[in-house]
Design a protein around this ligand. Structure first.
Ligand SMILES: NC(=O)c1ccc[n+]([C@@H]2O[C@H](COP(=O)([O-])OP(=O)(O)OC[C@H]3O[C@@H](n4cnc5c(N)ncnc54)[C@H](O)[C@@H]3O)[C@@H](O)[C@H]2O)c1
Length: 263
């Protein structure tokens, strides 16, 4: 198993893409911490994964420095190490630009961008200390989005936050490269989770989405987990500072795809 004896923290792993990543990591042999703010779903997710391997839930609001510090301390206490961090926790708040509230802008940026910074710094401090003591370097994976590059007019804080995640990925990759710690990102397109459920249940919105998706289907969380498993593995040992887009072909597409009627 490729992640045997590794310890991973996955933020926002109570459901959706984060849960799929946590499940894949446990299946690959890692001990996994599910860090989330939804205690009921987080505990349930950990119990579910305990049937296939080692997992635990820790309450952590990634936007709160003390929560993050506590999450790192509790993980070290329970599993003695941290090899992999996946900064996956993220939220969307849609609003027309002219109506957008300052508090909503701050909330999205605090979770999606500042949260990734706080977790990366806290975990990297542990990783660097470990390396200086002769330990193996670990890696960090940020959950970005196609919206780190493309833009949506009524999702401004989200797009800004993911653009920031792209630069966070590059700059922390450079900062941590001297220690051998790799930092990469995944840029999902449209993936079947709660975040996407509103779009998927609206036929017109789904057609719009498909017209920008050459593979003509919504992606599965497990398909993002597969990319995370690759980036966390030694097969990706020479990759750092990159965002891998798993988006059904959206990024290379100019214009739109002809969508068959009735799909
Ligand atoms: N679903 C998609 O189509 C899609 C596309 C591109 C990128 N992404 C990104 O993937 C990540 C996961 O998305 P998802 O679709 O699985 O979302 P989701 O809403 O299903 O799950 C998000 C999880 O994050 C947790 N969370 C929210 N705020 C938190 C905080 N402050 N601290 C800790 N946990 C918090 C939630 O409780 C939830 O469990 C996000 O970063 C999102 O931006 C998703």
């Amino acid at each position: 198993m490729s992640l045997e004896n590794k310890v991973a923290i996955v933020t926002g792993a109570a459901q959706g893409i984060g849960f799929a990543v946590a499940k894949r990591f446990v299946s690959d042999g890692a001990k996994v911490v599910i860090a989330d703010i939804d205690d009921a779903k987080g505990e349930e997710a950990a119990e579910d994964l305990q049937t296939i391997g080692e997992a635990m839930y820790i309450h952590c609001n990634v936007a709160e420095r003390l929560d993050v510090r506590n999450m790192v301390a509790e993980t070290l206490n329970a599993y003695g190490d941290i090899d992999i961090l996946v900064n996956n926790a993220g939220i969307v708040i849609g609003s027309d630009f002219l109506e957008l509230e300052e508090a909503d802008f701050d909330r999205v940026l605090s979770t999606n961008l500042k949260g990734a910074f706080l977790c990366s710094q806290a975990v990297a401090r542990h990783m660097v200390e470990k390396i200086e003591g002769g330990g193996e370097p670990g890696c960090i994976i940020n959950m970005s989005s196609v919206n780190s590059v493309l833009a949506i007019p009524n999702q401004i804080p989200y797009c800004v936050s993911k653009g920031g995640v792209s630069q966070l990925t590059k700059s922390t990759a450079l900062a941590l490269a001297p220690h051998g710690i790799r930092v990469n990102a995944i840029g999902p397109g449209s993936i079947m989770t709660e975040m996407l459920s509103a779009v998927n249940s609206d036929r017109e919105a789904r057609q719009r989405l498909m017209s920008r998706t050459p593979l003509l289907r919504i992606g599965e969380p497990a398909e993002i987990a597969g990319v995370a498993a690759f980036l966390a593995s030694q097969d990706a040992g020479y990759i750092t500072g990159q965002t891998i887009f798993a988006d059904g072909g959206r990024m290379p597409l100019n214009y739109t795809v002809a969508v068959p009627d009735g799909d």
